[in-house]
Design a protein around this ligand. Structure first.
Ligand code: NAD
Ligand code: UDP
Length: 339
């Protein structure tokens, strides 16, 4: 009997790709999403990739009564918790809304799991918890000093789940700190489709390549990096998805809490991404160097050693593959799931 895994936020970017990885690993993903930042048509695409669409429940993780019913009715073996809000700028403008969704939502979920006796929880944290690091690569032991409400919401949940595991040693918790997830499933059937003007680099580059935007504004060309542009650790979303399966298997094998970085350990500059995307797409990406973006850190990338040692996971897909897969998705779906 395949084990049922509740995937909160499973209709979103990383959650949908993780449903593919879960199905490939023999699990039954059960998606719970309020569709606040996603489209139910992703389910048809998941069916085309995996042969069957995951079961879908439209609902909010803050709805305790609904969660209690769900845990009572289904043989849920564990939970991967993606549901949350992720725009740094919005979190500065609406901190309470962010704490309500990301922190309160996680508490309601954990309390429902506690009551139902479900003890496996894999949580989407973020490298944002490190803030501006002293040096890179960043190990998990680096100081935690998030610089905005979004990052603080992730750190609060990490700390609360740590307290929970110390209070009840039967919990099996994975805190996964993602670096910069990009790319799409290799079929180009699922991917990232931000609403409105993209904040993030890769979706913006995709939209320039496909002709939806005139040119990329590179946010700063005078950083102390090899080419003056910001450096980040881009990680393919399918590598990330497989990292969740590895974390789930680890949690199944032993109680406890693990905190790991999911990144490649390699830094790429904005211009490295532009060049890789040009190679992958055969299109010229017009850009100009603009001012720095307030709040941006010049450069950081993760140390992936602990993920390799504890989970047996490491990223295998290159920056060229990330760009090629993003491009395939963008070309086939210029308006996202609207077709
Ligand atoms: P996403 O917005 O595509 O997915 C999040 C999903 O959660 C969406 O489908 C949304 O509708 C749903 N959702 C939001 N609040 C909900 C609620 N209260 N109840 C039920 N569903 C809800 O974002 P993503 O990029 O897939 O990110 C997934 C998780 O990973 C988030 O927690 C995010 O903070 C974290 N993360 C993302 C990144 C990144 O750069 N994409 C980096 C680090 C961490
Ligand atoms: N960036 C850019 N132009 C854009 C968007 C992003 O130059 O339109 C840069 C940004 O300054 C950073 C890198 O690309 O150096 C990655 O930014 P993104 O917003 O994708 O992720 P972040 O690292 O901020 O989470």
């Amino acid at each position: 009997m395949p084990k049922t895994i509740l995937v909160t936020g499973g209709a979103g970017f990383i959650g949908s790709h993780t449903c593919v990885a879960l199905a490939a690993a023999g699990y039954l993903p059960l998606v719970l999403d309020n569709l606040g930042n996603s489209d139910r048509r992703v389910l048809d695409r998941l069916a085309r990739i995996s042969g069957v669409a995951p079961e879908f429940i439209e609902g909010d993780v803050r709805d305790r009564a609904m969660l209690d019913r769900l845990f009572a009715e289904r043989p849920i073996a564990g939970v991967i918790h993606f549901a949350g809000l992720k725009a740094v700028g919005d979190s500065v403008a609406d901190p309470i809304g962010y704490y309500d969704n990301n922190v309160h939502g996680s508490f309601v979920l954990a309390a429902a799991m506690q009551a139902a006796g479900v003890r496996i929880l894999i949580f989407s944290s973020s490298a944002t918890v490190y803030g501006d690091p002293d040096s890179s690569p960043i190990p998990e032991s680096a100081p935690l000093r998030p610089a905005n409400p979004y990052g603080r919401s992730k750190l609060m949940v990490e700390q609360a789940l740590g307290d929970l595991q110390r209070a009840d040693a039967s919990w099996r918790i994975g805190l996964l700190r993602y670096f910069n997830p990009v790319g799409a499933h290799e079929t180009g059937l699922i991917g990232e489709h931000p609403q409105g003007r993209p904040n993030n680099l890769m979706p913006f580059v995709c939209q320039v390549a496909v002709g939806l935007r005139d040119q990329l504004a590179v946010h700063g060309g005078d950083y102390p990096t090899p080419d003056g542009t910001g450096v980040r650790d881009y990680v393919h979303v399918m590598d990330l998805a497989e990292g969740h399966v590895a974390a789930l298997r680890h949690a199944e094998s032993q109680p406890g809490l693990v905190t790991v970085n999911l990144g490649t350990g390699l830094g790429a500059s904005v211009l490295d991404v532009v060049k890789a995307f040009e190679r992958a797409s055969g299109r010229k990406i017009a850009y100009h160097i603009g001012p720095r973006r307030p709040g941006d850190v010049p450069a950081y990338w993760g140390d992936p050693t602990l993920a390799q040692d504890t989970l047996g996971w490491r990223a295998t897909r290159s920056l060229d593959a990330m760009c090629a897969d993003s491009w395939r998705w963008q070309q086939g779906n210029p308006r996202g799931y609207e077709g």
